[in-house]
Design a protein around this ligand. Structure first.
Ligand SMILES: Nc1ncnc2c1ncn2[C@@H]1O[C@H](COP(=O)(O)OP(=O)(O)OP(=O)(O)O)[C@@H](O)[C@H]1O
Ligand SMILES: [Mg+2]
Length: 413
């Protein structure tokens, strides 16, 4: 075992994703030093050393990282989460480790700064504007037109995505957004606060692009097809690889590369979200971290054999990436939603479903016995479980995920 350590900054909130990220470091033979707000119980046996820090306090976190580097051989600093992109870039810069520039990290984290940096790329951006209050929103919408979308500039996890279809939608959306964009509601709003972006509503097939950029070289692994709920855009299912026409996928890969280079992303995983309108790729956003929703932790490996999380660590330590597929399957997942607010008791239908060998996992995302609520009251608890499946072709995968959607139900009391 190497005596080199990888410095993790926080872990993904979903335990199974956090677990897989730590196991990936172990597979590569690294020690793990965790700098984070908390050490979850599942993580304790996989973390060699834990430093508890309020990672929203950049100065304190940087000071702690320097102290860690003084006594450990740190090979790289890595984040699997959205909110830690800037801190990881700052630590990498400070310690001379592979990483993206702090300037690029701001573009990664702020949906407005990101779009402003891409206005030179023809045809991919929706019309957009910054808004701080209702008056701004009215003015912006007069120019952009309906339908459009208003959302916080610095959030993630689809917290506060509001579709606007007419004048009557503006005030309720702003009221809700002002309530949500409060650090007391969610700490993610400590970074950019009550700043919003309104965008033209993009139509088409929703997808994401998963890959890495290292030394300015973009390496796309695959595209994922995505279905979201109406109207709050929570993810319902992910299916990969995408079955969009090959020419469309080529164009999307080319555009993704152009965007990543324009933003100056480097030495990181990326997860780019977009729509394909039949002719053009329309850009939603790109994150400088691996995809969530088990895409990077489980599904890419299930479909291709590529160990995405191990490569997240390789890109952070400057080691060569290993992206050669060893299989050619279709993998996907479908979320199970609570249909009303109440106490989540568990999921029904799993035993019968698992008679079929194509199902790999059922993950619960909410602890049984806890309260769940639906958006807009809460954006994090309606999804109570996820079912993952694999098949040799898309039709087979669709059949498995559709059956899971019908047969697995959330018990709410
Ligand atoms: N301009 C737009 N047009 C159409 N749909 C949009 C637009 N902006 C956002 N959406 C929908 O809302 C979803 C979430 O938006 P966005 O990615 O900007 O927010 P987020 O908080 O980062 O969410 P997540 O973390 O789930 O990606 C998108 O995946 C898409 O389905
Ligand atoms: Mg997003």
């Amino acid at each position: 075992m190497s005596t080199r350590s990888v410095l993790f900054v926080n872990l993904r909130r979903i335990k199974r994703e956090g677990f897989e990220s730590l196991v990936a470091a172990r597979r590569l033979g690294h020690r793990v030093v965790l700098l984070g707000r908390a050490l979850p119980e599942f993580a304790a046996p996989l973390v060699d050393e834990f430093h508890q820090v309020d990672t929203y306090d950049t100065e304190l976190a940087l000071k702690t990282a320097r102290e860690i580097a003084a006594v450990h051989d740190i090979a790289g600093v890595v984040n699997f989460t959205e909110i830690d992109v800037q801190l990881v870039a700052a630590i990498a810069a400070e310690l001379g480790l592979p990483g993206m520039s702090p300037e690029a990290a701001v573009l990664a984290r702020n949906k407005l700064a990101m779009k402003n940096a891409l206005t030179g790329i023809e045809g991919v951006l929706p019309k957009f504007a910054r808004v701080a209050d209702l008056a701004d929103l009215r003015e912006a919408v007069a120019r952009i037109g309906f339908p459009c979308v208003v959302k916080p500039t610095g959030a993630s996890g689809s917290k506060g995505i509001f579709e606007l279809h007419g004048e009557a939608d503006l005030e309720p959306a702003m009221t809700e957004l002002s309530r949500i964009a409060d650090p007391a509601f969610d700490a993610v709003f400590r970074q950019f606060g009550a700043e919003f972006i309104v965008e033209e509503y993009l139509v088409g097939d929703e997808l994401s692009v998963e890959g890495f950029i290292a030394g300015g070289q973009v390496r796309t692994i695959l595209l994922t097809d995505k279905v979201t709920t109406v109207p709050f855009h929570l993810e319902v299912s992910h299916r990969l690889p995408s079955v969009l026409p090959e020419a469309a996928q080529e164009e999307i890969r080319r555009r993704a590369e152009e965007i990543l280079l324009a933003l100056g992303f480097d030495h990181c995983a990326f997860h780019l979200e977009a729509k394909w309108d039949g002719e053009r790729m329309r850009f939603i956003e790109v994150a400088a971290r691996p995809a969530g929703d088990y895409i990077a932790s489980h599904l890419i490996k299930a479909a291709t054999g590529v160990d995405f999380f191990a490569n997240v660590i390789r890109v952070a330590t400057g080691d060569p990436l290993e992206l050669t597929p060893d299989r050619d399957l279709h993998a996907g997942l479908r979320f199970v939603f609570a249909d009303r607010a109440g106490t989540f008791e568990g999921v029904d239908g799993v035993t019968e479903l698992f008679e079929e060998p194509g199902y790999d996992h059922v993950f619960t995302e909410v602890t049984p016995g806890s309260q769940v609520a639906l958006p807009p009251a809460n954006f994090g608890t309606q999804r109570v479980a996820a079912v993952c499946a694999r098949a040799s072709d898309r039709a087979g995968l669709d059949a498995l995920l559709d059956a899971a959607g019908e047969r697995i139900t959330a018990r709410i009391s």
